[in-house]
Write a protein that binds this ligand. Structure first.
Ligand SMILES: [Zn+2]
Length: 423
């Protein structure tokens, strides 16, 4: 079969047979989870983002998704078929570990899922996550908000939730640096940012994460230092910057951060997808806004990871991975899309740049009963199934041999991430 011309149609019976051959092999492969929010529901450092009140949720991401009960059965032998208050309490009790608990609990969850290592995109790392298995990805957006943000906050109810979280985080970072006010020059502010990120790297960080699309367009300009300095000088002591002025400052700091990441060998994770909250702007998050940065040879030393595959612009996202320092991560998509739809996405990606895509879960705690554990189970299980389905079709249509398909699976689940984060 190898070397034969590819055919356009696949016999469904043959695809099913091939799927049954591939899935058990794929189920045994270790995973590097490129993006997630592991931790307990009541841990405020689990994410730098919170669900705005009244926000809608896509069908599969709702907490009444019956698949989550299947997850609870698989992970905890949950003996019930619904989550009425009494049954939810049973499940929540499984997760009420003493605050002094060690890393065994979450290590055990990873072991059950076949996840060898996982990126933990969190504000800070807790004692209950094993640093050998959970690799820290801190957020850096707070550095983009040092001025009076009241105009931005008033824009819509989502920003009312998000902006104060950024302000609180920046305050915490300034306190850690022994600062009570903004430094007198922009250069000193950039030094503070640099020192903070260097400390995070020393504490084990493997990447920095931007969720900038929740606040502004991902189209970053390239202002001169003097222009950003003027905005800094004007608003350091107060006053509300115009959107244009704030954008100039943020563009400048963003560019310094991606250069810094290149120097420190930290990858740059960027949220590129429809976000949570009904006011999140899909045009701002469109991955093509980043094209001027991703294809800029000045940033060749920086490895970029497009989180959530640009969804719903995942077709566009994969073409950006042409650049050798750009990778596409599938986190969130395994939770948002059902396996049939996700397998079609993977099929397309595997047919373009199979060596540039990485698995991610975007696991997160739903509530006290349904945790990051169940969401991780769903992402991993769906991800493996979708991968087997995509590759089975490709094998039967003679696009790749079975051996090559299994190599592609290993790369997506583990090998490519090792290259990406290795020295
Ligand atoms: Zn996330």
């Amino acid at each position: 079969m190898a070397g034969a011309q590819a055919i356009p149609l696949a016999d469904p019976a043959k695809v099913k047979l091939e799927y049954d051959r591939l899935l058990p092999e794929i189920a045994k492969m270790p995973i590097f989870d490129d993006h997630g929010h592991p931790g307990y529901a009541d841990d405020p450092d689990v994410d730098a983002m919170a669900l705005p009140p009244g926000a809608s949720a896509a069908l599969r991401t709702r907490d009444d998704n019956p698949e989550l009960i299947v997850a609870a059965k698989a992970l905890f032998d949950f003996p019930y078929d619904d989550l009425n208050p009494e049954h939810a309490a049973w499940l929540a009790a499984k997760k009420k570990l003493p605050r002094t608990a060690g890393p065994e609990y979450f290590d055990g969850i990873l072991d059950k899922l076949g996840v060898r290592e996982a990126a933990a995109n969190r504000v800070a790392m807790p004692g209950y996550l094993d640093p050998k298995r959970f690799r820290w990805v801190p957020f850096v957006d707070s550095f983009l908000f040092p001025f009076d943000n009241s105009a931005m906050r008033a824009r819509n109810p989502d920003e009312e939730v998000y902006i104060p979280m950024q302000e609180k985080k920046l305050k915490r970072e300034m306190q850690a640096a022994g600062m009570t006010a903004l430094p007198s020059t922009l250069a000193q502010y950039v030094d503070f940012v640099t020192n903070t990120v260097e400390r995070e790297k020393a504490a084990g960080a493997i990447a920095i994460k931007f969720e900038a699309a929740y606040f502004r367009s991902l189209r970053f300009g390239d202002p001169a230092e003097a222009e950003a300095q003027r905005v800094y000088d004007k608003y350091r002591f107060g006053g509300v910057p115009s959107t244009r002025e704030y954008t100039v400052f943020q563009d400048y700091v963003f560019r310094r951060l991606i250069e810094l990441a290149g120097r420190l060998k930290l990858a740059v994770h960027i949220h590129t997808a429809a976000g949570i909250g009904d006011f999140s702007n899909i045009a701002w998050a469109n991955v093509l806004n980043l094209e001027n940065v991703l294809r800029d040879p000045r940033y060749e030393a920086t490895k970029f990871v497009l989180l959530h595959g640009g969804y719903p612009y995942e077709k566009e996202a994969i073409w950006l991975a042409a650049r050798k320092n750009v990778y596409v991560d599938s986190s969130l998509m395994q939770l948002l899309l059902y396996p049939a739809a996700f397998s079609r996405v993977l099929e397309q990606w595997l047919e373009v740049y199979p060596e540039k895509i990485v698995f991610g879960s975007d696991c997160f705690p739903y509530n006290e009963a349904l945790g990051a554990e169940e969401s991780d189970w769903l992402a991993v299980t769906s991800g493996r199934e979708a991968l087997a389905a995509a590759l089975a079709r490709m094998v039967v249509r003679r696009e790749v041999s079975e051996a090559r398909a299994l190599e592609m699976a290993k790369a997506y689940l583990w090998g490519t991430a090792v290259t990406l984060y290795g020295e």
